[in-house]
Design a protein around this ligand. Sequence first.
Ligand SMILES: [Zn+2]
Length: 389
Amino acid sequence: MKTSPSSRRGRASREADRLVDLAEGLAQSGSRAEDRFWENRLDAEIDGLITNGDEGSLNAALDRLADRESRAYEELADAIEGRVEHTVVKSSDGVRDVLLIAAPVLAWSRMPVPTRALGAAMVQSFRKMLIENVFSENTDLAIADYFFSPDQLPETFGETAELRLALTAQLSDGRLPVDTGSLNETAQFLADQRYLIGVVSAPVGSPLFRWQDGLVSRDEVMAAWRQASQAAFGQLLPACGFEPMLPRAYYVACRDADRAARPFSITASVAFLSTTLGISPSHLSAVVAGCYNRTLEEYRVGFQVAEQDDVIHGVVWPLLGAEDEMSDVVEEIEAVLREAGIQQIEILRQRMPMEYCEDCGAPMYPNTEGEMVHAELPETSESAGQHLH
Ligand SMILES: [Zn+2]
């Protein structure tokens, strides 16, 4: 029988209520003993909703807690992400942790940054490098045979859990074939993230990552991974500047990449503009403006050639996590611009709208007059007419 939307809404709200109560219980708990009680209940509830594909209740509960600015929001978000990316499986050789992981890479290029299928040999070589440099000995690893853009990552908790399950089923083989026909199109930016995605598995109680052995630090693992993966990522990213990031659990790796992509795209933009126009970064100027919907959503940086009126390029710096207009974000943007060699920086104090071009959908960027305008590279440059955002 088909249920009406209103009765579905009623059910979703009861389930969301339960999540909210459990997360509030956990947030207010005063002992680890009580924590465990709430966590176990919350885990069971979340598992049921993920299995039933009830994305609506998960999001409704998160929205409600976000509005209350309660610490329970963090507890619930952590619990949901934890259940989506991690599970314990029983296998012939005992009980094992299985964790969804991501290895992000920041990349920039004047050409489109590629996404692509990875051949069997490439998958095998990344597996070997990850096991030798990042994961603990005695771990098993399967990776998806595709180099994903952010647009192509799973969109919902359910889809993410399905990807973890599909990868888990390929642990013996080491490689998950990806149906490339089902992937979203990739929006083109000058600088962007790309991802290797996989699952790592180890007996419960033993380390997954090398740094858990206590013999090497995360920084040493990062340095080893960067060096080992340089040539292979170079093959995947021809004509790109790139920076491999530390492979970690899926959600935290994606957050690391989102955060690092902000200064990276400013640095990449300055390098791009100064090489394309053949001028030193000190001849560029930048205008930074806070863009508001209801609240501050993001900063946008418009680049101009000093003493000229046109905005030739722009970068969006989204707010992440708990950042708001009280955070020191402008200072951070300014420091990154200075580090990249820009000396003339103007910070607009007025609230700007989040405007997009009606024709091509590109974000509009602030100019020194305090207007939001379309960024256009000068006609004389070889990249004129290209829409790089
Ligand atoms: Zn346009």
